[in-house]
Design a protein around this ligand. Structure first.
Ligand code: ATP
Ligand code: MG
Length: 279
């Protein structure tokens, strides 16, 4: 049996073909090439249709709509939206236990000796825990949605730049189970994103130790959570209990739109809302 060439498979993937179409086999080369041409034309037409629809209706990628929906849902639950710097000092990052030689340290994009592009929002949110903690009654709820950067071997689920949604509740009232509270806030985000069939599963994290991950129906990690009191708290002077979750906006978009490649969900010059521009 004859399968598609690598080049044909790449093109079919770009155009969003189903895996059943991509795995199709043929009796002869001629048969395969004729079929490929037909399929390619069909898919290009469909992409044109999707682009027309996007330009006439939503007029922006799904990830931006999702960001707005989630931010509104969290604000209506009492969360304050914050907006912190993307450039981070080495000193602040080191307070997260991202030590020299650790896996995380190798993932950091350094600007110079002293500063990097933030690989996570947590250090800035710790700062807010302290500052708001001095000024506001408990419980204190806030979140940020913004760019993060990590040196990754780029794959289907990773990119060097992505958008993190990180929420924190600190000073959770006595008697409330913290894991239940994580589930509650996670559910607010996932409901707003229109994602069902997810679960909370135990994982090991280099920064937080044992954590619970929000995982979608295909087993993809959507977000990781942490609970305090936590060993890192002392470094920052945090003494309240807290719950926090970091979701990847591109992963949420992939899951909500049934897309299997992060390149189509994130910032791109070749795709807009998953639609291939080089048709
Ligand atoms: P993974 O194990 O999938 O590499 P992680 O556990 O290292 O992710 P976290 O530090 O838990 O990532 O970050 C919180 C969330 O941010 C992840 O659950 C994921 O949704 C998203 N995320 C992390 N790294 C990337 C990346 N390189 N590209 C896109 N999204 C990412
Ligand atoms: Mg994680």
């Amino acid at each position: 049996m004859i399968a598609y060439t690598e080049e044909q498979i790449r093109r079919l993937n770009e155009l969003g073909a189903d895996s059943a179409d991509i795995e199709k086999t043929f009796e002869t080369n001629q048969q395969r090439n004729t079929f490929f041409q037909q399929k390619e034309k069909e898919l290009v037409d469909f992409q044109q249709k999707r682009l027309k629809d996007l330009c006439e209706n939503e007029r922006r990628p799904h990830i931006l709509t999702l960001e707005e929906k989630i931010a509104a849902a969290l604000r209506s639950e009492g969360f304050l939206q914050v907006h912190t710097p993307i450039i981070m000092t080495k000193k602040r990052l080191e307070k997260m236990g991202v030590f020299k030689g650790s896996i995380m340290e190798k993932q950091v994009f350094w600007i110079d000796e002293r500063r990097c592009l933030r690989p996570m929002l947590a250090p800035n949110l710790y700062e807010y825990m302290i500052e708001l903690g001095k000024l506001r009654p408990r419980p204190i709820r806030f979140f940020e949605i913004g760019p993060c950067f990590r040196r990754e071997t780029q794959g289907q689920k990773h990119s060097n730049e992505f958008t993190m949604l990180n929420l924190v509740e600190m000073g959770v009232p006595e008697g409330i189970d913290l894991r239940e509270q994580l589930l509650k806030w996670g559910r607010v985000v996932l409901d707003a994103a229109g994602i069902s069939d997810w679960k909370l599963a135990s994982e090991d994290s280099t920064v937080y130790g044992e954590t619970d991950d929000f995982v979608d129906k295909n087993g993809m990690e959507l977000g990781s959570s942490a609970i305090g009191p936590h060993p890192l708290d002392a470094e920052w002077g945090v003494t309240d209990n807290w719950v926090g979750i970091g979701f990847g906006m591109e992963r949420l978009t992939m899951s909500a739109t049934d897309e299997n490649n992060l390149a189509k969900a994130g910032r791109s010059l070749t795709y807009i809302d998953g639609i291939r521009l080089h048709l």
